[in-house]
Design a protein around this ligand. Structure first.
Ligand code: WTA
Length: 641
């Protein structure tokens, strides 16, 4: 599928034309120091940096703008509150379309951020402390992030779809002594017990915090623990709260993400480089023009919400929509209503949402006025050309360029994408490298591959938005990203480069799966399953799923004498929801008498993946298996599903 869709005629005001891209890209690679020092001027610095990137991938030590100092809250909020106080910073759209929404000007956002920052200080938070944020998609979630940045605290946001066990693990891992949460939330009219989940996490062994800051949202009656929990509205004050002077390499946030092994990693981003990257990618990728309304439908619990709900738009003085709800409530036109209601120009969502909405028919789209739309974006997983075309033709009426943005939690912001009006588009391809990004495809031995070819996607040189380490475990950072192909950053993705230099991401080549654009470690799901006393062994793989992109397929062997049952099936799904969260609920459990292993006892995951994919023709050599007959039984089990 190599059809090209020409970019629409360049707008006179476009941030970048094809020629400008070529020139700027070349400069970004050939003269990185001057290029990146120039880009740093997007931000206000207390002390301007005199140095750009100082990094090495062997040993792994990455710094950008190290001699500069700044504050990202000042950059995202205060400087715009001074220059355009009445411009809209956030538009809040509640879950219930009939409930009152909110808009906040930059002046109001500054006041709210100062109030939250003062409340955090009153709770005892000081510079360098880790603050865990577990919030619904409401303005206060973003305000909590900004308030942390203001006082130099390091935020660790946890997505609302994670369970108390997951919260507890993350609190402990970064020794976070403070939590910001809300009484409750609603998504698609379903209540989500934010405070109760935090309480459950805090009741677990080894978890201890100094304070919980509570935001009133639903008005639910929730227990308040004396001496630990404080309502924001009781603690906040309008006192002066200056922005801390932060070194560019001071930590800004930790965000937990899944890898192929072990527990989720606390990926650490720092202040200056991340700020430049979020600001710059936002402006170029979406061709942002001042005054436009931008809406990224991701939750702030994911990196997409960090960079493109909060930091990217605000660092550009833009207007960002915060949507509490879901695409299918009260009906499948909800997204399009929000765009219509708030005259959204730039819209950014995940392929899984597009596929789900496409299935419901065009009338949900065509009955709304989407003429405000100008640029459409996707993120999180490869988009199938059929969904791409529907997005382009039905949602964007064929007028709006689509940017398919490839990036990761670890990259801080966009890495490969076409730019609106600058590049032709190929449905299914992310496109070309962003400024300063040097993608490299290598074979399994690490040999670099030239021309039109498929391989493992690495990045050759550091960029300002790159994660610096795994919190508290630099060795794990090195092991996860720099050891497979020494001297290079390995993304974990497979990729094809075509004859025009476009990149086509083919999916993860490690044991990470991508479910509805959410990254999941198969090892985490396996650990959750084997905690059940009736489970002997589990192997989890991804399989193609029409809507989610990938579904979670679990092979489970039971303890001697235990028979599979519907009850156990339900129990095990529940077990995973409890250990990780609803976000990781298995799609299918396959009870089996055994798992295919080599004679040395290694599980043959390749075979399990093929069987889950219903692809039996290419199982490869099964003769090395300890028990080859198992494969037939597994196939039969799959077909009887
Ligand atoms: C996948 C999300 C294809 C990829 C920003 C990557 C994509 C992982 C795309 C990171 C895309 C993200 N096309 N695949 N446009 N964007 N991915 O850390 O496998 O949650 O490695 O960051 O999502 O997921 P993460």
């Amino acid at each position: 599928m190599n059809d090209t869709v020409a970019h629409p005629a360049p707008q006179a005001s476009a941030n970048c034309t094809s020629d400008e891209y070529r020139t700027l890209y070349r400069r970004s690679i050939e003269e990185p120091d001057s290029f990146w020092l120039e880009q740093a001027q997007r931000l206000d610095w207390f002390t301007a940096p005199g140095k750009a990137g100082e990094w090495s991938y062997d040993p792994v030590d990455i710094a950008w703008y190290a001699d500069g100092t700044l504050n990202l809250c000042h950059n995202a909020v205060d400087r715009h509150a001074a220059s355009q106080p009445d411009a809209t910073a956030f538009i809040f759209e509640p879950d219930d379309p009939d409930a009152p929404g909110r808009t906040l000007s930059y002046r109001e956002l500054q006041a709210e951020t100062v109030r939250m920052a003062n409340a955090l200080k009153a709770l005892g938070v000081t510079k360098g402390d880790r603050v865990t944020i577990y919030m619904p998609m409401i303005v206060e979630g973003a305000v909590a992030m900004l308030a942390c940045a203001r006082i130099g605290a390091v935020h660790s946001v946890i997505f609302g779809g994670f369970s108390p066990e997951s919260i507890a693990g993350r609190l402990k891992d970064c020794d976070s002594r403070f939590v910001v949460t809300a009484d409750g939330g609603t998504r698609g009219a379903k209540p989500i017990p934010f405070k109760a989940n935090v309480d459950a996490a805090l009741a677990m062994d080894g978890v201890e915090v100094d304070g919980v800051l509570l935001v009133r949202h639903t008005g639910d009656d929730v227990p308040v623990v004396d001496g630990r929990d404080r309502w924001l509205h009781n603690l906040a004050s309008d006192d002066d709260c200056p922005c801390e002077d932060m070194a560019a390499e001071d930590p800004l946030f930790i965000l937990y993400t899944s890898g192929s092994t072990g527990k989720p990693k606390g990926v650490l981003h720092t202040t200056g480089g991340y700020g430049v990257w979020a600001a710059m990618t936002f402006q170029y990728t979406f061709d942002y023009q001042p005054g436009e309304v931008f809406w990224c439908s991701a939750d702030i619990g994911w990196v997409t919400g960090h960079s493109y709900v909060t930091y990217g738009p605000l660092l550009n003085g833009g207007t960002s929509v915060i949507f509490e709800g879901v695409p299918n409530y009260p009906d499948h036109g909800r997204f399009w209503d929000v765009i219509d209601r708030h005259e959204v120009s730039l819209f950014y969502t995940a392929p899984t949402a597009i596929r789900a909405l496409m299935r419901e028919g065009d009338h949900h789209v065509t009955s709304r006025d989407l003429s405000s739309l100008r640029v459409l974006g996707t993120v999180g997983e490869p988009i199938n050309p059929e969904a791409w075309r529907w997005y382009h033709e039905v949602v964007g009426s064929g007028r709006c360029p689509i940017v398919d943005t490839w990036w990761q939690t670890e990259t801080g912001g966009h890495m490969i994408t076409t730019l609106p009006y600058a590049h032709d588009m190929k449905p299914g391809s992310a496109g070309r490298p962003f400024f300063g990004v040097r993608p490299l495809l290598v074979d399994n031995e690490g040999e670099s591959l030239e021309g039109a070819v498929s391989g493992n996607l690495c990045i050759e040189a550091s960029w300002p938005g790159q994660a610096r380490t795994v919190y508290g475990d630099h060795d794990r950072f090195i092991e996860a990203y720099f050891s497979t192909f020494p001297g290079r950053y390995f993304t974990g993705d497979g990729c094809r480069r075509d004859e025009d230099g476009y990149y086509w991401i083919t999916g993860r080549v490690d044991d990470v799966i991508n479910v509805s654009g959410h990254r999941m470690g198969t090892a985490e799901v396996e650990s959750a399953l084997v905690l059940h006393p009736k489970v002997a062994e589990a192997a989890v793989v991804g399989y193609p799923h029409d809507i989610k992109g990938q579904g979670i397929y679990c092979y489970v062997t039971l303890m001697e004498g235990v028979e599979p049952s519907n009850e156990l099936y339900t129990d095990l799904r529940q077990q995973v929801r409890k250990e990780i969260g609803p976000v990781a609920t298995p799609d299918h459990l396959h009870f089996t008498a055994g798992l295919p292993k080599t004679r040395s006892g290694k599980i043959m995951r390749r075979i399990l993946r093929k069987i889950a994919e219903n692809d039996y023709g290419s199982l490869g050599d099964t003769s090395t298996l300890a028990d080859p007959s198992l494969v037939d039984a597994l196939i039969e089990g799959r077909q009887n599903r």
